[in-house]
Design a binder for this molecule. Structure first.
Ligand code: ATP
Length: 232
């Protein structure tokens, strides 16, 4: 459904990704793991159209999309939950969710009601400013906002960062329900155990290159360790 082909990306003269090839099939959950600075967020920003690329470096349904704008990518059904959540601080929870639905695709199943069913606490807090919520609740708003566009691919950038284990569990519990809608998901994770638990396939990035890929069953701890930290 989506693939990157020899994707190079960076910031000005600084190159953060070197020839990255990844693939996500319809309905699949793929995890991208790697240390700080490995290039995971850069990969997400490239796919989401936030960072411009050569058109043919990213294919969606076989069509080159690498040079499309973020708005055009969203219209194609690819939505991102950005690192750091980035809620609109002056807007309420509900307004933040509604903004996610402005570029809504078709008659998909995500509505305010189904988001509130997924994360009931958000219904209780719907009139509060997003920034008055706890970190975990803000993360739920960020996920809900992305879902409101009815994506077929959801990009989740470090959704567990800085959250307590019990909160991380609640957030990850939403993933199977998101996948029941048929959506594919890419999760960027520094927590390897979490990534292996949820993903159908895993890619490890190190210094802007894919150093390992496979199903969780195929990957040994040793192989992951050397792909993540560098081999010795
Ligand atoms: P993290 O877990 O820290 O977010 P990451 O794997 O997501 O790490 P990226 O954020 O993609 O890594 O960063 C890859 C490289 O690009 C790093 O060397 C980083 O310093 C650099 N970088 C990231 N964002 C920018 C930017 N806006 N301008 C310049 N360099 C950047």
């Amino acid at each position: 459904m989506l693939e990157t082909r020899s994707l190079d990306a960076g910031y000005g003269r600084f190159r953060a990704l070197f020839g990255v090839d990844i693939r996500v099939d319809a309905g699949e959950c793929v995890a991208i793991i790697g240390a700080n600075g490995a290039g995971k967020s850069t990969l997400m920003r490239s796919i989401a159209g936030v960072l411009p690329n050569a058109p043919e470096m990213i294919l969606h349904q076989g069509e080159p999309i690498g040079a499309l704008s973020a708005a055009a990518i969203l219209q194609r059904g690819i939505a991102m939950v950005p690192e750091g959540r980035r809620l609109f601080p002056s807007l309420s929870v509900e307004e933040n969710l509604l903004i996610g639905g402005q570029k809504r695709r078709g008659n998909g199943q995500w509505t305010l009601d189904s988001i509130y069913a997924l994360f009931p606490i958000l219904r209780e807090k719907r009139s509060m400013p997003g920034t008055a919520l706890s970190g975990g609740q803000q993360q739920m708003v960020a996920i809900g906002r992305a879902l409101m566009s009815n994506p077929e691919l959801l990009l989740c950038d470090e959704i567990s960062l800085g959250l307590a284990p019990v909160v991380i569990r609640d957030i990850y519990a939403a993933l199977p329900r998101i996948r029941e809608t048929g959506a594919a998901v890419i999760v960027v994770e520094q927590d390897i155990t979490q990534a292996l638990r949820v993903a159908d396939r895993v890619y490890c990035l190190m210094e802007g290159r894919v150093t390992l890929s496979g199903t969780p069953a195929e990957l040994t701890r040793e192989a992951i360790h050397s792909a993540y930290f560098g081999g010795h």
